[in-house]
Design a protein. Structure first.
Length: 471
């Protein structure tokens, strides 16, 4: 699919260079005849910063942090590997269990004496024997509980390959019964790492002394009151701050670990999207068709995975338009009303969410333009990874499987406190150095400003997250 037209956006918007007098002259800002109101033409919108503001940041003391989750469902099931042909009524059948269980296919949940129920026919049998001598191909024998029933799939005279067999416990133990082998529920440890995120900005003495024609500073939260620093310095610093915020956002959302050779010594950090891609669900849709039927498919997946009632749905521009078209096509004008957020309505409204309730779930949809390269960088890729892309994020909680007293939000921004401390609430440390700074550190007349933060993300119960993308 063709991208969004960006030929009207001049490139590049900045250069990798220390601010100096020549650069200011080249920008034609020294004389009033070139002065017009400086217009902030392009905005930004940061999900992780919004999340940090309204959901808080969790501080950790070590670079690596971890948590525990259940490996799978409480109730257990296996699949039949090969078809069993025409078993007789009441006859014992031999079933080979397909691979895909635990410890390199050495262990599985089946127990002798266990009731086994066929998912497609609801026919019950009892496990008589278990041969676990061949990894990935355990063999059990099962006899139907009712003598007139054959142990077969629904609508078939055979037990079909791939049939789902539900383990139903020791439900007909009998008088003076003996114990059955216990089942040890498996938990899994997940880890992530804090990574170092940094930006620098610098200016020479002449650049800082030069008077330029910006009145009352610039757009954004420009610092004030620093003697010897011109408005242009403020502008450059504000732009550096904005780029830093964007790059932190992209690292926390899209970034990943770093393990190749010949790079910096950072281990990196796995972002929110890579964690969802690894452990979450994915639903494909045809671009241009995102309708009620697709939403029902999504909510069925949410039912299976125990998703929270309230969910954020970040959508790129194309998906947001498809969603709006699909919804309003189903409802005539005036029949559809956006709902209101269940949790922290003020926070949701502040970020621009629109709410839609279906099948017991609240979807708070948001056009997340940062998915679109055209909006952020002003370039139109032939193929954009995040075009027709969205993520559904539950706004719920999950208990640690090892320590039930610990409760995690589904998404949490994690941070370490920078050395000597950071700004309260955002864990960013800023400092100045160089001969031209307020606290001169050497004899060279330049002013350098540094900013650094140490952050990561934790996606708990990632199976409850859904990626919705073009297929």
């Amino acid at each position: 699919m063709a991208g969004i037209q960006t030929s009207n956006i001049l490139q590049p918007g900045a250069v990798a260079l220390q601010a100096n007098r020549a650069l200011i002259s080249n920008l034609q800002l020294l004389t009033p005849q070139y002065w017009n109101m400086y217009v902030e033409k392009y905005g930004n919108e940061d999900f992780t910063w919004w999340l940090s503001t309204f959901g808080g940041v969790e501080e950790v003391k070590n670079q690596e942090f971890f948590w525990f989750e259940n490996r799978g469902k409480l109730m257990l099931a296996v699949n039949n590997l090969t078809e069993v042909t025409a078993p007789a009524a009441g006859a014992t059948v031999s079933i080979t269990i397909s691979s895909g269980y635990f410890d390199s296919d050495q262990e599985n949940p089946i127990r002798v004496g266990e009731t086994l129920r066929i998912a497609s026919s609801n026919i019950e049998g009892e496990v008589l024997t278990l041969n676990d001598g061949t990894a990935g191909a355990f063999v059990i024998t099962v006899r139907p509980k009712i003598s007139t029933q054959a142990f077969v799939s629904g609508g078939s005279a055979n037990l079909l390959a791939g049939e789902t067999l539900l383990l139903a416990g020791d439900m007909d133990a009998g008088e003076a019964s003996d114990s059955i082998v216990g089942q040890q529920h498996l938990d899994i440890k997940y880890t992530n790492t804090i990574t170092e995120m940094r930006e620098s900005w610098s200016a020479t003495d002449l650049a800082e002394m030069t008077e330029v024609f910006y009145n009352t500073g610039v757009s954004g939260d420009a610092p004030v009151g620093q003697a010897g620093t011109s408005y242009f310095t403020y502008k450059g610093l504000v732009k550096a701050n904005m780029r830093f915020k964007n790059n932190v956002e992209f690292k926390l959302m899209r970034g990943n670990v770093q393990n190749n050779t010949g790079l910096s010594n950072s281990v990196g950090s796995k972002g929110i999207i890579p964690q969802i891609e690894e452990r979450g669900e994915t639903v494909g849709y045809t671009p241009g068709v995102l309708d009620i039927a697709k939403l029902h498919e999504i909510t069925r997946i949410m039912d299976v995975n125990g998703c929270a009632k309230q969910n954020l749905w970040l959508q790129d521009i194309y998906q947001k338009q498809n969603f709006s078209d699909g919804i309003f096509k189903e409802y005539p004008a005036g029949a559809f009303v956006w709902g209101s957020g269940e949790k922290s309505q003020e926070a949701s409204v502040a970020y621009g969410f629109q709410n839609f309730f279906i099948d017991g779930y609240m979807f708070q949809t948001k056009k997340y333009a940062n998915f679109n390269t055209e909006v952020v960088y002003g370039k139109t890729p032939d193929n954009d990874y995040f075009r027709n892309y969205g993520i559904i994020c539950p706004m719920g909680e999950s208990r640690d499987a090892r320590d039930s007293s610990k409760v995690y939000k589904n998404i949490t921004i994690m941070a370490q406190q920078p050395p000597k401390g950071g700004t309260v609430g955002n864990y960013i440390r800023c400092w100045q150095h160089g001969g031209g700074s307020l606290n001169p550190t050497n004899g060279k007349m330049e002013d350098k400003v540094e900013m650094i933060t140490y952050k990561s993300s934790r996606v708990a119960a990632a199976n409850q997250f859904i990626i919705v993308q073009a297929s």
